[in-house]
Design a protein around this ligand. Structure first.
Ligand SMILES: [Fe+2]
Length: 340
């Protein structure tokens, strides 16, 4: 059984001794003090389960002692004992957190009973607190597990979209890794523009899937070794709308549709499929269109070799405000995002 230590505080030696003897017989370990100050010293040094204190004492009253003890340990049980029964005093003591208020001369059995009740109540409070803490730990543990499961699920999801993006890139042997590069550069631009985590995540998927419509374009056109005829070029231009058709039935992809649909719009309205201009083009689509064009220009194509970087950058500059959003282009060049 837990060792219960009781601090008995009374300026009358006799009372201290009587209480000490009786409570010791009951199995408690008692310490006595003859005024509030002495009691406080014991209280600071030892740990007690309970304090029984007289109220009228020299140097420091029992009420002051009660206040000081409660300020340090609000859970400490204190039984107040007094030979001067005044209702105001009793009310005040209880209001300050005393557990019980007993009038002297008190029947010792009554005091023992109050002590037992106080300690039982303390034990219950501690048990409830421990249970509470345990519940909190459990909730915390479950939350961590749930977060881990969510992360795993999210990663699996992203991985499957990456596989899809690779499948798109594989349709055209000259664009291997294209979606991933567009994703990385788009995210870097968006971070510089102060996108929220949530918006970045959405952009990540949109950038990976922007060309998903190419799945519906015939390989012989996509992989053509000679320059495209105007019909073939028009046919390829259908890929943003084909992409929309592919994803529109899937709830998760709904907010990626603007990026898939508009990644070939031009800032000056000369793009496709809708001929939108300026800020009417969703910002995410304006972002994606730049690394998309840059990566196409820096990759070798069947009908032309790789352009030197300086020429590509000069070319991009030429299309500032025409094909590209000037602000996005500025960030792309200033931050050297093309080096990613
Ligand atoms: Fe495209």
């Amino acid at each position: 059984m837990k060792e219960e230590r009781i601090l008995i505080v009374d300026d009358e030696e006799v009372i201290c001794n009587v209480l000490d003897r009786r409570l010791t017989r009951e199995g408690y370990f008692c310490t006595t003090a003859h005024n509030g100050k002495e009691a406080l010293n014991h209280f600071y040094k030892d740990s007690f389960s309970l304090i029984i204190s007289d109220i009228k004492m020299p140097e420091m009253t029992g009420i002051e002692l009660l206040q000081k003890v409660k300020a340090i340990d609000p859970k400490m049980k204190m039984i107040m004992v007094t030979a001067y029964p005044e209702i105001d005093l009793a009310v005040n003591a209880m209001r300050l957190g005393a557990y019980d208020f007993i009038i002297k001369p008190a029947d010792l059995d009554l005091i023992v009973m109050s002590v037992k009740k106080a300690l039982e109540s303390k034990r219950l409070e501690e048990e409830i607190e421990a249970y509470h803490n345990h519940m909190e730990e459990l909730v915390e543990e479950r939350t961590i597990k749930l977060k881990q499961a969510y992360r795993t699920l999210k990663k699996a999801h992203l991985d499957s979209v990456k596989v899809l993006a690779e499948a798109i890139d594989a349709k055209d042997p000259y664009t291997r890794g294209h979606s991933d590069r567009v994703k990385r550069m788009s995210l870097a631009i968006a971070k510089k523009m102060g996108f929220s985590e949530e918006r970045l995540e959405n952009l990540e998927y949109g950038a990976l899937l922007h060309d998903i419509g190419k799945i519906g374009i015939k390989d012989e056109v996509l992989q053509k070794q000679t320059p495209l005829s105007s019909e073939e070029y028009q046919y390829i231009q259908e890929h943003p709308l084909i992409g929309v058709k592919i994803v529109e039935g899937v709830e998760f992809f709904k907010d990626k549709i603007p990026m898939i649909r508009h990644h070939h719009e031009h800032y000056d309205s000369n793009g496709y499929p809708d001929g939108l201009a300026g800020e009417a083009i969703p910002l995410e689509a304006r972002i994606i269109s730049l690394p998309d064009a840059f990566d196409a220009m820096t990759s070798a194509r069947p009908h032309r070799g790789v352009m030197p970087l300086q020429d590509v950058l000069a070319e991009l500059e030429k299309f500032k405000g025409k094909q590209f959003d000037p602000k996005v282009l500025e960030i792309f060049l200033r931050e050297k995002i093309y080096k990613l």
